[in-house]
Write a protein that binds this ligand. Structure first.
Ligand code: TRP
Ligand code: SF4
Length: 328
């Protein structure tokens, strides 16, 4: 039998996960668990790059994200689930890689430039923020990952990781394979206001939302913007509610809704109610599991410790090779 390929990916603990996270990343990870040797971790040190002034929520969000992962189907029996700051080796490798990474590689990183202009309320002129991709490179090559499932926005970081790995191998000895970005298909569902779903836009439906929350949020959703009245025909293809139907409502009902929308035989209020019902039902198993883990914090803590111990063993072996390559 050939060995399973190894993949690794991470999320920053910036809050409870929402449907954008589920369909943009997590659902893909859950599917990959059988096919790959999976390492998934919560990048709590990376959260500090932007939130260093207000670190009070990071550890709670770390637990919440782990609960969301477990509830959505990531399994500690199949995958190595861990927390970045529990593996101090990441900091050591980050330090060594920072010695060999040319600053211009980081300055021309597109996410660096974007965030600098977009996040105006935080001072991001720090060494740590510039070095974000170096820490990410350490996360990835520490486990000699073959693939990194990420969204399109993270591809430049995987590219920098490949360059750093190549430079290390060239300067010292060949220790690291160059990881590939495994592009995850992006989620078509948008936030309630049709912008990208994001906690900071206040337009998100969270995995932890109650049925009442979901109904209330569904009723707030912007539909086909051209459809002002119930008597106007609508276009489901430009309607975000319809994207939700495609995921959460059965095929027959979905087809029926499309037809009735185009012929103005169904109003958006009713349409949203049907959608909310499907969504509430679909998220029921996740909510159930969430409740179980929330009531058993010890269980979650143990999963984090066990996963982190497994990850650390791999990291320690890699660091032995690194220290010997660098002769230090
Ligand atoms: N930068 C990633 C994000 O914001 C999170 C992350 C940190 C990551 N380290 C990683 C993703 C390593 C993949 C691999 O989404
Ligand atoms: Fe969208 Fe449904 Fe309204 Fe059509 S009826 S515009 S699909 S919410």
């Amino acid at each position: 039998m050939t060995q399973k390929k190894r993949i690794l990916s991470g999320m920053r603990p910036t809050g409870k996960l929402h449907l954008g996270n589920l369909h943009g990343a997590l659902a893909n990870w859950v599917e990959m668990q059988d096919q790959y040797d999976c390492f998934f971790f919560i990048a709590d040190w990376h959260a500090l790059t932007t939130d260093y002034e207000d670190t009070g929520s990071v550890s709670d969000y770390t637990k919440q994200v782990m609960i969301d992962w477990l509830s959505a189907g990531l399994s500690p029996d199949k995958s190595t689930l861990f927390v970045q700051s529990h593996i101090k080796e990441h900091a050591e490798l980050f330090l060594i890689l920072s010695m060999i990474t040319p600053v211009p590689w980081l300055e021309r990183n597109p996410t660096y430039k974007d965030q600098m202009t977009q996040i105006a309320d935080k001072d991001l002129t720090t060494f740590g923020f510039l070095g974000y991709p170096v820490l990410q490179a350490a996360d990835i090559i520490m486990y000699k990952a073959d693939g990194v499932p990420v969204g399109i926005d993270q591809v430049p970081h995987v590219e920098i990781t490949r360059e750093i790995a190549r430079r290390f191998n060239h300067l010292y000895t060949n220790v690291f394979p160059e990881p590939e970005a495994f592009l995850t298909k992006t989620s078509k569902i948008l936030g309630l206001d049709r912008r990208k779903m994001s906690k900071s836009y206040n337009n998100a439906i969270f995995l932890a939302d109650s049925p009442a929350d979901i109904s209330a949020k569904a009723s707030r959703m912007i539909t086909d913007p051209q459809r002002a009245r119930k008597s106007d025909p609508g276009d489901p293809n430009v309607c975000n509610v319809f994207e939700f139907h495609k995921l959460y409502t059965d095929q027959g009902t979905t087809d029926d809704i499309a037809e009735k929308c185009r012929t103005a035989k169904i109003g958006c209020v009713e349409c949203k109610k049907i959608m909310a019902e499907g969504l509430i039902t679909a998220l029921e198993p996740i909510r159930e599991k969430r409740k179980h883990y929330e009531e058993n914090p010890k269980l979650v803590a143990d999963i984090i410790v066990t996963g982190s111990n497994k990850a650390r063993e791999v990291a320690q072996r890699t660091m032995e090779e690194v220290r010997s390559a660098v002769k230090i």
